[in-house]
Structure formats: C-alpha cells, structure tokens
Design a protein around this ligand. Sequence first.
Ligand SMILES: Nc1ncnc2c1ncn2[C@@H]1O[C@H](COP(=O)(O)OP(=O)(O)OP(=O)(O)O)[C@@H](O)[C@H]1O
Ligand SMILES: [Mg+2]
Length: 404
Amino acid sequence: MDEISLIEEEQEESDKPPSIRPRPARSWRVAVIANVKGETPLPFDGPEDAGAEFDRKETIQAILSAIQSDGHQAIFLSADDNLPFALRDVQPDICFNISEGLSGDAREAQVPALLELFRIPYTASRVLANAIALDKTMTKRIWRDHGLPIAEFQEFVSGCEPVSPVLKYPLFVKPSREGTGMGMDSQSIVGNEKQLRRRVNWVIQKYHQPALVEEYLPGREFTIGVLGRIDAASYSPHPGYYREDGFHRFPVLEVDNTQTVTPGVYGHAAKSLAWDEAGVPGFICPADVDPVLAQSLQDLALQAHLTIGALDVSRSDFRLDAQGQPRLLEINSLPGLTPGFSDLCVMANAEGITYQDLILEILYLGASRFDLLQPAHIPEFSPVRVAAFEAPLGRSNHIWYKPE
Ligand SMILES: Nc1ncnc2c1ncn2[C@@H]1O[C@H](COP(=O)(O)OP(=O)(O)OP(=O)(O)O)[C@@H](O)[C@H]1O
Ligand SMILES: [Mg+2]
C-alpha cells in the first residue's frame, strides 16, 4: 500500500479533521554537517583565504538549537575526511548540510555525494546543482541557454586565450569557483588588456582554477532568496509562506557598496567584517525599489534556482547594468545561515520569519523528500510524479502534487 492510500485509510477511520501541520512520524536524529572556522583542517596547497567560507561555531550552535527546539536530536559532524566514520557511528535520520567541502572543482558537492553513496537523507540541493552553483562559468552557460539576463563573459583557463571581441572594458575578473568574495577587491576591475592579463594570471596561479572575466556591471546590487518547492505547503510548518506555485520569494535585499573597505565591490574584505564594523556595506531590506523591478528580480531568482536544478533554498546575486537592467551574477545553493548577519537571515528577519522557523522550513522540506514526514493535508490535486524529481536514494517513491 503506498503512502497516499495509507493516509486516506487513516483519515477514513478517524473522525478527527486532517492535521494542519505536517507530522514527523517520530523525532529525528539530525546531523548538522559543516566546516568550522579554525577547526576544520585546511588543504595544505590552498590559497591563504582558503576556509573563508567556513562557518563559525556560533552559527552551528544556532542551527542545532533551532532543530532541538522542534523536539529533534541534533548533533554536529565536521565535514572533513573523518565524516564517513562519524556518519556510520551516528546513523542520522537526516543531515542538515551546510558544508563547503575542502578541495577540488566541486567541493560544495562533496558531502552530498558522500550522503548519496551512504543513502542518507539530507537537506537542500543535491550533488549536481551544488557542483554547478559553485562553478560560476557553468552556471552562466546554463542561464544563457535559458535566456536569463547575464553579463557577457569569457573563461580563461591558461590565461593566454585571445580576449573575445564581444567584451568591452571595464571588465571584472574573478575566480570561477569560489565564494565569500574570495579573490575579489577593487583590483578585480580592469580597464585594459595589460591589467586584464595580470589579474587573470594572478587568479589562475593563486586559486588553481580558471578565471572568469565579465563585463563590469556599474549599477545597484541586490540579492534575493528563494525557499520552497511545488509541494512545499503540504510539508511546511508554515504553509502560508508559500505562493500557489509552492515558492516563497524573500524581499529584495540591496547591498550598498559605496562606502565599503572595497568601494563598489562586495569582496572578501567587506564580507569578513562584522555588521557593526567600519567599512561594512549597507544592507537595506526590503530595498527601496520600484515594485516592477522587485517582482522582476524575484522572478529571475526563481528562474535561476529552477534552471540549475537547485532544491528547496537558494540565494541569487544581481547587479544592474549601465541601462538599469538586472543581470544575474551567481547563485548560492548553500546560502550562509549566520544568524542576524547572512543575507538570507536578514531577508527572513525583515519579514518576521524567525531564524528558528527558517532552519525548520529547510529541514522539513529536506525531510519530505525522503518520506520522513506525512503531509499536512491531501490537497485537492491529483498526484503526479514529476520525473525530474524522481525519488532520491532509492527510497519509496515520493508523490508530488500539481494542479490538474
Ligand atoms: N560583473 C561584475 N560587475 C561588477 N561587480 C561585480 C561583478 N561580479 C562580481 N562583482 C562584485 O563582486 C562581488 C562578489 O561577486 P560574486 O557574487 O560573484 O562572488 P561570491 O564570492 O561568490 O559571492 P558570495 O559571497 O555571495 O558567494 C559581488 O557581490 C559584486 O559586488
Ligand atoms: Mg555573491
């Protein structure tokens, strides 16, 4: 008997109204998997800012507390090469994954790949989307293929490639596979080929990866988070968060870079400052933007999420071009979750979603992909199997609901 028949039978037998909350069958043992600043060993051949994306202990403690507040057991596991053994010891029901990975061209996909190998449920995006999102060039190729607005770009692998005649100075040079502003400061903006070659070679040598060169986008900077899935409302403790299409769009957050340590660029130096330190950017949420622009940014963030196959949560960064049109910069499939500081937490806070609720939404969305909880109610939709989201990890097939 499949899950739906079971639930239907349960409802027929009972006079009780259907639950308005999704129900975990029991409390879960949740492993929060992360790399910790100052604790996770760094690769010996990495750049000096390797580990910049790692989380602070306080962030992990906040996630553990949020999960425990819902009655679950929560255990921290370090995302290092001892993880396979720790997973075998702990036997988690589900992992809350925020790990950055340690090395390689798809480091943010390392832990999801391991969890798939062990058939352990986990939250947020799966292997391919995490690998794509880390690689800004691959992401842009996919977005270009889907007609999403991006700046013109070229990837330099050796540094000797002829510069594409399509690119017009000033240009912006960055590592193709890093985050947290690594390798980005005012020197990233180059005005001629001599500066371009120097910066491209610096990126390739320092970060051991291709350099991505884009047209410089001079306009305002925004970031927008997306949470949900087509059936999110059925599995959420807060179904009201989600629109009919199953997605929540967070309010637009503007990053004001005009007065920062690296003026005009939200680079690593600016991202390393505490919110009350001098030189930190301004964060305005909801941003003071025309409602048409706000809607367009939110729609683009959702398209950016869907086209790379991201799951449940992501945050996309934008800049306006010289004509005031939004251009997608990149997507974060594992957006930072530092309470009160990370962009996604600031957006949630701006509309009254508590940190605890944000963490539990991500956890419940993940758990629902692995049949760890029953939906709150059976919507009056016919169940359809959405091939693109076939049941992960060989567990019983998961039903997705879609209006007829
Ligand atoms: N083409 C561009 N034109 C102008 N500024 C840019 C461009 N690309 C990046 N920047 C600046 O550099 C910052 C960092 O770029 P980007 O978002 O690609 O890197 P990141 O390190 O992956 O960011 P995150 O910390 O969000 O993961 C942007 O927020 C923006 O200020
Ligand atoms: Mg960014």
